[in-house]
Design a protein around this ligand. Structure first.
Ligand code: SAM
Length: 314
């Protein structure tokens, strides 16, 4: 299938920004415009509630919202379904202290902020200056009032800094190959030489991704860390998680993979058991396939701190 054909099989996902609107208000608004609740592929004017992510609607792929006032006002966020998984799995509440370590352009930050009811405290880190400026614009457009955006490299932030001593949740969605994004899959057509270069790039990304997870595990009050990528490569996904579980931060600091029941239990596609080397652990991981799940390719993992009574399991 060509890229356009693959993209045409992904609905236009619209996340209702509950910081300033509700799905109960949104549905009649769309119905009044002539949309009808039905399978999003039934017609160009049909839309449906997503079955896995609350406040996510799926429209026909041909529906355009970029010029829509609702989008300009920040009432709707145009965000792929799979990209809504990380904040939903992290599930902070209105009392949580959260770091979004790699935040720009900010779709997951505004999702976290909405899940927190715009309360608690959310630090949004972004190291790139230009992307940081986009992040600030997006956060203000999305009515985020509990977010402090900081133009900083997460790896240079100190886990012993007093400002972060109470942080309970970290979302890590670091730079990756982007191989799950359907319209970027053309790298699969590269020649052998280019594949060598690609392998080298993936190795470097994986080293960086592991470093980011290990750093997150050093923050003293962390209870939950979500690691996600929009890559379909095991080297950036299962292999990084496997290596993280083998580090001192994990075994001595006491992190383990969350029980599968905590990680989108209704979602069938789980981690690759062969790549993980452990079928039970692979069940804790979530994958999305760009060809089979009507989403972009994606990977999500939730690390949780081992409670003292669980320590003998380590
Ligand atoms: N979570 C974002 C969203 O949903 O809108 C997308 C994040 S994107 C995959 C990764 C971002 O992390 C990029 O903007 C990149 O500049 C930033 N980044 C990479 N390494 C970083 C680091 N060490 N500290 C802070 N930001 C970093």
């Amino acid at each position: 299938l060509g890229d356009d054909a693959r993209a045409a099989r992904i609905p236009r996902y619209v996340r209702i920004n509950t910081s300033c609107w509700t799905t109960e208000e949104a549905i009649p608004t769309f119905v009044a415009r002539g949309f009808e609740l039905a399978d999003p592929f039934a017609s160009e004017s049909s839309f449906a509630r997503d079955e896995h992510i609350p406040d996510l609607l799926a429209f026909n792929p041909r529906t355009q919202f970029v010029d829509d006032l609702l989008y300009k006002e920040g009432k709707i966020i145009l965000q792929d379904k799979a990209s809504c998984f990380p904040a939903f799995v992290l599930s902070p509440d209105d009392k949580s202290m959260v770091i979004d370590a790699t935040a720009a352009p900010g779709n997951k930050t505004s999702h976290l902020s909405a899940l927190m009811g715009n309360k608690g405290k959310l630090f949004a880190f972004e190291r790139d200056r230009k992307r940081f400026s986009t992040l600030k614009t997006m956060l203000s457009k999305a009515h985020c009032r509990n977010v402090e955006a900081v133009n900083v490299d997460f790896l240079t932030t100190s886990p012993t800094d007093e400002r972060f001593s109470q942080v309970t949740h970290i979302l890590l969605d670091p730079s990756c190959s982007g191989s799950g994004i359907v319209n970027r899959l053309d790298h699969l057509l590269e020649t052998e030489d280019e594949n060598d270069a690609e392998q080298d790039r993936l190795n470097k990304l994986a080293t960086f991704q592991l470093l980011m997870i290990r750093h997150a595990m050093k923050f003293p009050s962390i209870q939950r860390i979500v690691y996600s990528t929009c890559s379909v490569h095991a080297i950036e996904n299962e292999h990084v998680v496997r290596k993280a579980l083998a580090t001192d931060e994990c075994s001595k600091g006491g992190f383990q993979l969350a029980d599968p029941a905590m990680v989108l239990p209704g979602w069938k596609r789980r981690g690759l058991a062969d790549e993980m080397g452990n079928a039970a652990e692979a069940q804790s991981l979530v994958r999305c396939s760009p060809d089979e799940d009507a989403t972009n390719g994606f990977f999500v993992c939730l690390f949780v701190r081992v409670e003292p009574e669980d320590e003998n399991k380590l």
